[in-house]
Design a protein. Structure first.
Length: 580
C-alpha cells in the first residue's frame, strides 16, 4: 500500500476523509439518503444523514464493513471546481436538499466538490489522495439533532466514529472508553445504592438515596466545620423572592435564559433565584453595622433551580442542584485575608477528597466594557495575585464580557473524559454592594461601602459527587463511607452476640450494618467487599469464646482477632486522622 505523506499523515485530514467514506457507505446501503454536514472532530468524525429507514446500533457493523470495502477499492479523492449555478443543478437533480441550502450560503461564483467513485460532496477539502490511505477506525455512536441546530428543523441522524493512524492508538482509545463506561458515576451510584435517576421525576434530576445522602451530609458537615473555624453565620432564606429584588441585576444579566419563568400571583411577580447574595444583602442591611463587626460571613446551603438550554436544538430542560454559598462583607484591608481563608477551605476539601489536579481561571470584565470599573478591577486583581502567591497558587487570566460586576476565580477539575467542571468559585464583587446600598460605619463615624466576596465553596454537590465517584469508584475513606463496618454472624447461634456488638458500635457513632442472612460466609464477605464496606466484623465460635471479633478489610486483608473496644479505638483514630 502507498505510504502516507507527511501532509496526509495529519489526523484531521484523515478524519475528514473518513467522514466522506462514512457518507458514501451509507448512501450505498441506503439509496435516496440525503446528507447534511460531515466534519472531522476530536478523535474522529461524524456525518449527519437523513435516511429512508432509521439506522440503529445493530446497523453499525454493516456500515463499517461497507466502509472497509470502499477503503480497499483505493478510490481517488478528486477535487472539482464548478460554477455555482451548475452546482445548484447538480445538487437539485440528486435530491440533496441540505447541501443545496448550504450552497446558498457560499458567496463565491465557483465552488469546490470532491468526487470519490460514485460519491460527490460539496467540500473545500483537502483530503487524502485515495481511500486506501484511510486509517484505523470504529463507529461508536448514533444520535439525533435538528438540521443546523435550529428548533423545528428536520431531525437528522448523526453517525459518529473514531479514527487513528495506527491500530495501537485506536485500541488504546477504545480501551479508555471502556474504562470510562466502567467508571461512570451513574453506574457506580446505582450499583452501591448511592444515587439514582427516575424518568417520572426527571432524567437529569439526581435522587440522593439514603447511603448517598449520608455522604452528602458528611461532606456538608466537613465544610461547615471549616466555616465554623472562621466564625461564619449560617442562614436559611427562601428560594424565591419578588422580582423587584432582582430587577436591576436581571435587566443587565447576560444569563437570563438560565432562569425559570417568573411566578405571577394576583398582586406580585416572583423569581426563583440561582444565587442567594440578594437575600443575604437584605440580612446585612437589616441592622446597623460597625467597622468593628466586619468581616461578616453569611453561609447557606440551598437549592438552585434553572434551565439548561441545548445550543444545538434550542430545547431546554430543568436544571436542579444544591450549592453551598458564603457571602462575605468586609473592609478593603481585610480582603486578602478573606481570600486566603477561602483558598484554605477549597484546598482542604480537595486534599480530603484526594483531588490532586485542578486549574484556576480568573475571569475579569473585558476592558472594552463601558460599565467596567477599571480602577477597582485592577486593585482587586492585585489583591488576588498577592493571595494566590501566599498560597503558592497560580491562575489563568481570561477577559470576558460575561462578567461585568467583578473578578471571579473558578476552580476547575476534569472528569474521566477530560471535561472541566467548576467545583468552587470566588467572586470579588466590585459593584453590587453600592447598587444594593450596603454600608457600615467606619472609624470616622462615616458611612462606607463594604467589599463583597461571593464564595461558593461547593458550586454543585451533584457535580462534586460525580467527580468523587469517578475518582474513587465508590471506595470512600472511612470518615466518608456511608457504611463504615458490617457485623457478620456465621450462623444463627451467634446472632445475640452480634446484635450486642452492633448496638455498641452504633452508640459510638459508627455507621454499622449487619448480615445475619442464611447464606455462606464466602457470599456474605463477597457482598460486603462489593459494597466497599471498609471493615467486616465476623462473629463465630472462637470470637464468642474470646469476647472478640475477626476483623477483615474490604481489600481482602485479614487482621485476625481483635477485642471490640480495640476496634472502636482503631476506627475512631482512623476518622480522627482527618481532623474531623
Amino acid at each position: 500500500m502507498e505510504e502516507i505523506s507527511k501532509t496526509q499523515n495529519d489526523q484531521e485530514l484523515i478524519r475528514h476523509s473518513m467522514a466522506h467514506i462514512l457518507a458514501m457507505a451509507i448512501m450505498r446501503l441506503y439509496p435516496n439518503t440525503k446528507i447534511g454536514i460531515g466534519p472531522a472532530i476530536e478523535n474522529g468524525f461524524y456525518y449527519e444523514v437523513d435516511t429512508p429507514v432509521k439506522i440503529t446500533y445493530k446497523d453499525l457493523p454493516k456500515i463499517e464493513a461497507e466502509m472497509n470495502n470502499i477503503i480497499s477499492e483505493e478510490l481517488q479523492f478528486k477535487q472539482i471546481i464548478i460554477p455555482k449555478e451548475q452546482a445548484f443543478d447538480t445538487l437539485m437533480q440528486s435530491g440533496q436538499i441540505y447541501k443545496t441550502e448550504l450552497l446558498k450560503q457560499i458567496p463565491d461564483e465557483s465552488v469546490s466538490f470532491y468526487k470519490t467513485g460514485e460519491f460527490f460532496d460539496l467540500c473545500r477539502g483537502p483530503h487524502i489522495k485515495h481511500t486506501g490511505l484511510a486509517s484505523f477506525f470504529k463507529l461508536t455512536k448514533i444520535s439525533s439533532s435538528n438540521w443546523l441546530g435550529e428548533k423545528n428543523r428536520p431531525k437528522l441522524q448523526r453517525i459518529e466514529g473514531v479514527a487513528f493512524i495506527n491500530k495501537e492508538d485506536l485500541d488504546a482509545y477504545l480501551a479508555s472508553q471502556k474504562e470510562i463506561i466502567q467508571r461512570d458515576y451513574k453506574k457506580i451510584g446505582r450499583k452501591l445504592n448511592l444515587i439514582t435517576y427516575n424518568e417520572d421525576i426527571g432524567d437529569n434530576l439526581l435522587i440522593w438515596l439514603p447511603k448517598g445522602n449520608v455522604v452528602k451530609e458528611k461532606l456538608k458537615d466537613f465544610v461547615f466545620s471549616k466555616f465554623e473555624e472562621i466564625e461564619t453565620i449560617f442562614l436559611s432564606t427562601p428560594n424565591i423572592a419578588k422580582f423587584t429584588l432582582y430587577r436591576d441585576y436581571f435587566e443587565t444579566a447576560k444569563s437570563k435564559d438560565t432562569y425559570l419563568p417568573t411566578v405571577k400571583t394576583t398582586n406580585n411577580e416572583y423569581l426563583i433565584r440561582n444565587d442567594c447574595f440578594y437575600h443575604h444583602s437584605r440580612v446585612f442591611r437589616s441592622t446597623k453595622k460597625s467597622y468593628r463587626q466586619l468581616p461578616i460571613r453569611y453561609t447557606e446551603f440551598y437549592n438552585v433551580l434553572g434551565q439548561i438550554v441545548n445550543t444545538e436544538t434550542t430545547n431546554s430542560d430543568l436544571s436542579f442542584f444544591q450549592r453551598l454559598q458564603t457571602n462575605i462583607f468586609a473592609r478593603n484591608d481585610q480582603l486578602q485575608d478573606e481570600l486566603e481563608k477561602c483558598f484554605s477551605i477549597i484546598l482542604d476539601l480537595f486534599q480530603y477528597l484526594k483531588i490532586d489536579s485542578f486549574q484556576i481561571q480568573a475571569k475579569q470584565p473585558n476592558s472594552k466594557d463601558k460599565n467596567n470599573k477599571n480602577k477597582e478591577a485592577r486593585g482587586v486583581l492585585k489583591i488576588i495575585e498577592k493571595a494566590l502567591a501566599k498560597k503558592k497558587l497560580s491562575a489563568k487570566l481570561i477577559q470576558t464580557d460575561f462578567y461585568n460586576d467583578g473578578i471571579e476565580l473558578q476552580f476547575l477539575v476534569k472528569d474521566i473524559s477530560g471535561n472541566p467542571h467548576i467545583i468552587s468559585t470566588i467572586k470579588l464583587d466590585i459593584c453590587s454592594a453600592e447598587k444594593e446600598e450596603l454600608y457600615y460605619v467606619n472609624k470616622n463615624n462615616l458611612k462606607e461601602t463594604p467589599a463583597v466576596v461571593r464564595f461558593n465553596a461547593i458550586e454543585s454537590f451533584e457535580t462534586l459527587f460525580k467527580i468523587i465517584l469517578e475518582n474513587n469508584q465508590g471506595v470512600f475513606d472511612v470518615w466518608l463511607s456511608p457504611v463504615q463496618c458490617i457485623v457478620i454472624a456465621i450462623s444463627e447461634k451467634y446472632h445475640e452476640k452480634a446484635n450486642e456488638i452492633l448496638t455498641q458500635l452504633k452508640k459510638e457513632g459508627i455507621r454499622t450494618e449487619k448480615n445475619f442472612e442464611a447464606d455462606t460466609m464466602q457470599n456474605k464477605i463477597r457482598r460486603a467487599e462489593n459494597e466497599n464496606i471498609p471493615y467486616m466484623l465476623i462473629i463465630g465460635e472462637k470470637e464468642l469464646n474470646t469476647n472478640s471479633v475477626s476483623l477483615r478489610q474490604r481489600n481482602g486483608q485479614e487482621l485476625g482477632l481483635i477485642r471490640i473496644e480495640e476496634f472502636i479505638d482503631r476506627i475512631h483514630r482512623e476518622i480522627d486522622q482527618k481532623g474531623f
